[in-house]
Design a protein around this ligand. Structure first.
Ligand SMILES: Nc1nc2c(ncn2[C@@H]2O[C@H](COP(=O)(O)OP(=O)(O)O)[C@@H](O)[C@H]2O)c(=O)[nH]1
Ligand SMILES: [Mg+2]
Length: 244
């Protein structure tokens, strides 16, 4: 039986990227693929573009509209929860800006079919890479952040901060979306940490992490601060508590 896979794409001002990324996702030779856009009331009209895509691809593209920019974590919690309610077997987290190559979807789904509950589209596993356009500063910062988090939390994966992830329905149930507290980019780390503590099988598929194609980054100072603090908070919260 074909698994139903829903790619959840959170958007805030991605009017140029969204139609292109959706087209590329749907162009993959992968059966049972759908897209759920979670738009936070983008002032640039991304939500209306998403509605048009849903109208041209009924039953394949769906949109969840939220009223205000409320952070990546809450957008994903709402979107992944809806995907599961709507019957998805596999849920993928993907950015709208072409950082995450849709060509990796097929090998990621295959890894899930072989039994992984979490499949990371990984920059730091063997064969993974960052686009050359990334300057040395950003490259080192990303590698440092990944090393920092991994050392504090001990998650058994090469790319702990990755934003391109595939989850099985069971793995999401084991993590418990309702338990996730962080809202910025550290949402990605908290999910993986809880998954590893719950014994979810983790696999990594190497990707080439691309440069944002159009529009601007939404990374803010407050999310960067949250990212620095969060591993310590998580470790303190869960220390000494064993989970099955
Ligand atoms: N719905 C929603 N999407 C967001 C929010 N913040 C970021 N995004 C989306 O999350 C994805 C990653 O954000 P991006 O700005 O590319 O972060 P960067 O890659 O770290 O610079 C993009 O698709 C953004 O449009 C938010 O508050 N709400
Ligand atoms: Mg980006």
């Amino acid at each position: 039986m074909t698994l139903k896979t829903v790619v959840v794409i959170p958007t805030y001002n991605e009017v140029e990227n969204l139609p292109r990324i959706v087209q590329e996702i749907l162009g993959q030779d992968v059966p049972g693929l759908g897209v759920l856009v979670v738009d936070d009331g983008s002032p640039d009209g991304t939500g209306e573009v998403a509605d048009k895509l849903a109208a041209t691809h009924p039953g394949v593209v769906d949109v969840l509209h939220r009223t205000t920019k409320d952070g990546l974590g809450r957008a994903y919690r709402a979107g992944m929860g809806k995907a599961i309610e709507d019957g998805a077997d596999l849920v993928v987290q993907m950015d709208a800006d072409f950082s995450h190559p849709p060509t990796a979807l097929a090998p990621m789904i295959e890894a899930a079919e072989r039994g992984a509950g979490l499949v990371i589209g990984s920059r730091y596993t063997t064969g993974g890479s960052l686009d050359e356009a990334w300057g040395l500063h950003r490259r080192l910062l990303s590698q440092w952040a990944n090393f920092y988090v991994k050392t504090i939390l001990g998650v058994p994966a090469a790319d702990v901060t990755a934003g391109f992830n595939l989850w099985s329905r069971d793995a999401l149930a084991a993590v418990g979306l309702e338990r996730i507290e962080s809202n910025g980019f550290s949402f990605q780390v908290e999910m993986k940490y809880l998954a590893s503590r719950a014994g979810v099988r983790i696999a990594e598929v190497p990707i080439r992490f691309g440069q944002r194609v159009a529009g601007t980054s939404k990374m803010s100072l407050s999310t960067q601060l949250e990212s620095a603090w969060m591993p310590w908070r998580l470790r303190a919260k869960h220390s000494g508590v064993t989970q099955g």
